[in-house]
Design a protein around this ligand. Structure first.
Ligand code: M6R
Length: 369
């Protein structure tokens, strides 16, 4: 049942091109429109919304952080992302024109379920993004969008993360389209690019062998830092979470722009620092700023592991290890930049002799608060 792989996690990493294609299948019409099935909310309900909250835990929370960039950019609706375990305890301001998006692979995470119940009590509309048909969170929500990635057995979320990110992008485009913020041809252009993503995922996974070697060489490292900016920041958080849960290693993700406000004090000779570099074609020269951050940490002795898109030559002089990913739209980049980080954490844990499917102290779904 592991399909020839020694661990489910390795199998599930390899299944990501198909998992992503399955999330997208049937939801992108040829005319470019976004079709959401399994909807129990009307278009008018979506037009009446004036703010969005995303609630989730762990990896699903990271998918939500990525979604915020896309939803605010495309829909011009304010969007907040909150860990489900904090959400209902701070009395969030919710009403019937609030859309709450609950993201959960299992559909059984108690913190997320309680956030959903709280939101519905306050009359908010709740849309679940979930991988498990008929699970509790979709049943308690007004509407559901299934990620359709197939069962995920490894405790670490991999393919379902890609499905969650893709589902969030679909919801963002759907909202923008329904509310008339994006024109049909703009949506069509995004749809066309989204349809190419499963192939880019396949291509990226075909080039990760050097990442395995690198991970093995770092099996004795004490800690690893991850830096990113814009959507690369949640990707950095996800890379750090994977390393914590699989390799039991101290790992932290930071927004690269925060470096000077504290984390740079952690840099010491030999410390591995993974940097997720924004596209050089992206907004506000974030690329140049992150390249400067790489120089800064390297000048203090860090061993820099740089994830940058094909053709980005600016990073070359400062990368001790350069991991290439295909060029994509900024908002879609997490679908490829996350992949080497999954492989990195998995391989490093294996090099430490650990069971990547069943990390200590963790359960696949957390049904207690
Ligand atoms: O089933 P859920 O998506 O609600 O689970 C949320 C988290 O418990 C989950 O993502 C956890 O962080 C994973 N082990 C991460 O790999």
């Amino acid at each position: 049942e592991k399909g020839g792989f020694p661990y489910f996690m390795l199998k599930e990493i390899s299944e990501q091109p198909e998992a992503l294609a399955d999330t997208l299948r049937g939801r992108l019409s040829n005319e470019g429109a976004i079709v959401l099935d399994e909807e129990r909310l009307s278009d008018q309900d979506f037009r009446d919304i004036d703010k969005v909250f995303i609630v989730a835990c762990g990896t699903a929370y990271h998918a939500g952080l990525i979604a915020k960039y896309a939803i605010e950019h495309w829909t011009r609706l304010p969007c907040e992302v909150e860990m489900a375990s904090e959400f209902r305890y701070r009395d969030p301001v919710l009403d019937r024109s609030t859309l709450v998006i609950a993201i959960s692979q299992s559909g059984e995470t108690l913190d997320t379920l309680m956030a959903v119940k709280h939101a519905r009590e306050q009359k908010a509309r709740v849309l679940a993004i979930c991988n498990t048909n008929g699970s509790t969170i979709p049943r308690e929500s007004d509407a559901v969008l299934y990620t359709r990635c197939g069962p995920e057995v490894g405790v670490a979320a991999t393919k379902t993360f890609l499905g969650q990110v893709a589902a969030c992008l679909l919801v963002g485009l759907f909202l923008a389209q329904t509310r008339g913020v994006l024109y049909g041809d703009e949506v069509a252009a995004y749809v066309e690019r989204l349809q190419r993503m499963p192939e880019l995922v396949r291509r990226t996974l075909g080039t990760v062998e050097p990442v395995r070697e690198l991970a093995r060489s770092l099996a004795d490292a004490k800690a690893v830092l991850f830096l990113g900016r814009h959507v690369g920041y949640p990707v950095a958080l996800e890379g750090a979470l994977k390393l914590k849960e699989l390799a039991y290693m101290h790992a932290e993700g930071f927004p690269a722009g925060e470096l000077k406000h504290g984390p740079i004090a952690l840099i010491e000779p030999g410390l591995p620092v993974v940097v997720v570099v924004p596209s050089p074609r992206g907004r506000a020269n974030l690329h140049g700023k992150v390249v400067s951050n790489i120089q800064e940490v390297r000048a203090r002795g860090a061993r820099t592991i740089v994830i940058a898109e094909d053709g980005d030559t600016d990073v070359e002089p400062y990368a001790d290890h350069l991991i290439r990913v295909p060029a994509t739209s900024s908002l879609f980049a997490p679908l490829v930049t996350t992949l080497p980080l999954q492989v990195f954490a998995c391989e490093l844990a294996l090099a430490r002799g650990l069971d990547v499917d069943q990390p200590r102290n963790l359960a696949k779904s957390v049904t207690v608060e």
